[in-house]
Every structure is written in C-alpha cells, then in structure tokens.
Design a protein around this ligand. Structure first.
Ligand SMILES: Nc1nc2c(ncn2[C@@H]2O[C@H](COP(=O)(O)OP(=O)(O)O)[C@@H](O)[C@H]2O)c(=O)[nH]1
Ligand SMILES: [Mg+2]
Length: 302
C-alpha cells in the first residue's frame, strides 16, 4: 500500500485504534492469564463494538490456542490474538467483472450518495468508462446531490423526475450504458420507502430490471453502512443480506468514530467482504479495504 494511503488509513482509524489497542495491550501485559483475563478480554472486545458473538468467539479461541500451545509469554499471547483477528477479517473478495452494474443499497444517511461519487471517481481515474444512475427518486434533493457530485468528478449521470419510477431511470441508464460503451454503471437507490417491506420490494424490482435489461453486464450489490452506528450496521447488513444477495460492503465514517471494531463483527458473522472504508467527506476519502492492513492499524502494530 502506498505510504500516503496507509497514512490516510491510520488517520481514519485513529479513534478506533486508540480505543482498541491500548485497552487490550494493558489487559494482556498487566493481568494473569486466568478466567478473569478471558472474561475481561471479551468485555473489552464488546466495548470496542466487535459484538457479543464475535467477542466471545475470539476470547474462547485465544484461550484454546494458549492452552494447546502452552503459551505463557505475553508477547506470544498478543501475537496469538492478532493471528485470530487476521483470520476473522480474511474473507475472500467477491470478484467484479467489467462491464458491471453496481447497485448501491443502504438506509438513509449512511453515505450512499457520497460513496457512489467516490467509487465512480476511482474507476474514472483508472480510465474506465463510468456512469451514475440516480435511482433514489424518492426525494428531489437526492438526485440534485448526486448530480452535483457527478459534475464535480466529471462522470455522466442518468436521472428522472422526483417521484419517477426508479425502474424507468434504471432502464434508461442501462440503455445509455449499452449505447455509450459504459463499463461501470453505479446505481443509487432510495434508503427509505415508507417501510422495510416496500424498500425490499423496490430493490427486488430493480434487480429484475437489471437482470432483464443488463444481460451484457455482471451484477454487484454493494451495501453501505455507517460505522458510527455500531451494532446497527451489523443489523442492517443482516437484513439487506437476507433480502438481496450482497457482494460487498462499504463502511463509511470511520474517521469520526471509535466504533470501527464493528467491521470484525460483520466479517465474522456474515462473511461478506468489506470492500471500502470511508474516512471523510471528500471524493478521495475512500480506501480500498485491505484486511491485513486494517488489523495492523487497529491493533497498533503498524
Ligand atoms: N466523516 C465522514 N462523513 C461521511 C462519509 N461518508 C459520507 N459522509 C457524510 O454523511 C452524510 C450523508 O451522506 P449521503 O451520501 O448523503 O448519505 P445517503 O443518504 O446514504 O445517500 C453527508 O454529510 C456526507 O458528507 C465518511 O466516510 N466520513
Ligand atoms: Mg443519498
């Protein structure tokens, strides 16, 4: 990873890292390896937003490995913990084949629109022909916001009127993509449609239009979650993954939170790869998630 990106990652994860590694290091180096230790480790992990299930699993696995290997040295305890954390985040990437239609889903306010602009810019900078579709027709402001971004990063956008059928916008976007040789079409979707059932129905409908019209494209469903919401991010990932198959997750707002540990819970519970993390509001504030670097930064190893 280039130095500047690594520095950005470290900066973005600073709050999570400081809440995570100081407590864990203190615990490892200043307590006996007894039952209390494993209980306290579990509590510390829960407080770092890893979730109960994942925290318990990590603590139990560490206990098992320490016992099996007869470890008493504190540095080895720490390294064994890192080893377990590396294993948790090591979820295989979903391959993305160009030309592709990326459908971006998630509840309101998590950072969908911003993340779409950031991703579009990444592809555009690679010389890949990229287009955005304003599928959130629920609010006029949503389309306007996306259009402002599209102009700023200089990527074409297909949009509809407020209240228009998102299906028609997506239909138009796919036709435009075909005729213009677009390689990456990124679709914004509404995050709130009266209720969850409506929202999932809408996503289902969008999925069917893409299946029917976008036969030349592979499909990639990307969920955006807001790291600052901690356990809610995990709950949302479960709900969306039950409704539509998720290929990946973008976790935003890592820069403003100490709750980044929720990434471990999502990876451990759902095995859905985290593809990006958002570390700010600007177009360049999106980092490709690299599992190993993530653990190194969170644990203070790097
Ligand atoms: N600090 C920070 N703010 C972000 C990040 N991603 C998005 N935001 C902000 O979150 C707010 C909601 O973003 P938006 O893209 O409109 O969310 P949407 O409702 O899901 O489309 C905006 O103020 C964004 O600037 C991030 O990674 N870090
Ligand atoms: Mg939006």
């Amino acid at each position: 990873m280039a130095d500047s990106i690594f520095a950005k990652l470290k900066n973005g994860l600073a709050k999570t890292a400081s809440s995570f590694n100081e407590k864990i290091d203190n615990l490892i180096y200043y307590s006996e390896l007894d039952d209390d230790f494993f209980e306290e480790l579990e509590e510390t992990l829960i407080l770092a937003d890893l979730g109960v299930e994942t925290s318990t699993a990590i603590s139990e696995e560490l206990r098992r490995r320490i016992k099996d290997r007869g470890i008493i040295d504190k540095e080895k305890v720490q390294n064994t913990l890192y080893e377990i954390l590396y294993e948790i985040v090591d979820v295989p990437d979903s391959l993305l084949h160009i030309p592709v239609i990326i459908v971006v889903v998630g509840v309101n306010g998590v950072g969908k629109t911003t993340t779409i602009a950031k991703i579009a810019k990444k592809y555009k900078d690679l010389g890949i022909k990229t287009m955005i579709a304003a599928g959130d027709t629920f609010r006029a402001a949503a389309t306007e916001q996306l259009e402002t971004w599209a102009n700023r990063i200089d990527v074409p956008i297909v949009k509809g009127r407020e209240g228009a059928d998102p299906g028609s916008v997506i239909y138009d976007a796919i036709q435009a993509s075909k005729s213009r040789g677009i390689e990456v079409l990124i679709i914004d979707t509404a995050g709130r449609l009266h209720n969850k059932v409506n929202l999932m129905k809408e996503l289902d409908k969008i999925g069917r239009i893409i299946e029917r019209e976008g036969t030349d494209f592979s499909k990639h469903n990307l969920l955006v979650v807001d790291a600052t919401t901690g356990q809610n991010a995990l709950t949302q990932a479960k709900i969306f993954n039950d409704a539509i198959h998720l290929d990946g997750i973008a976790m935003t707002k890592m820069d403003g939170t100490s709750k980044g540990g929720i990434a471990f819970a999502i990876l451990n519970d759902l095995k859905i790869p985290i593809e990006y993390i958002g570390v700010g509001e600007k177009e360049e504030d999106l980092i490709n998630f690299k599992a190993h670097d993530f653990v190194d930064v969170i644990t203070g190893k790097a």
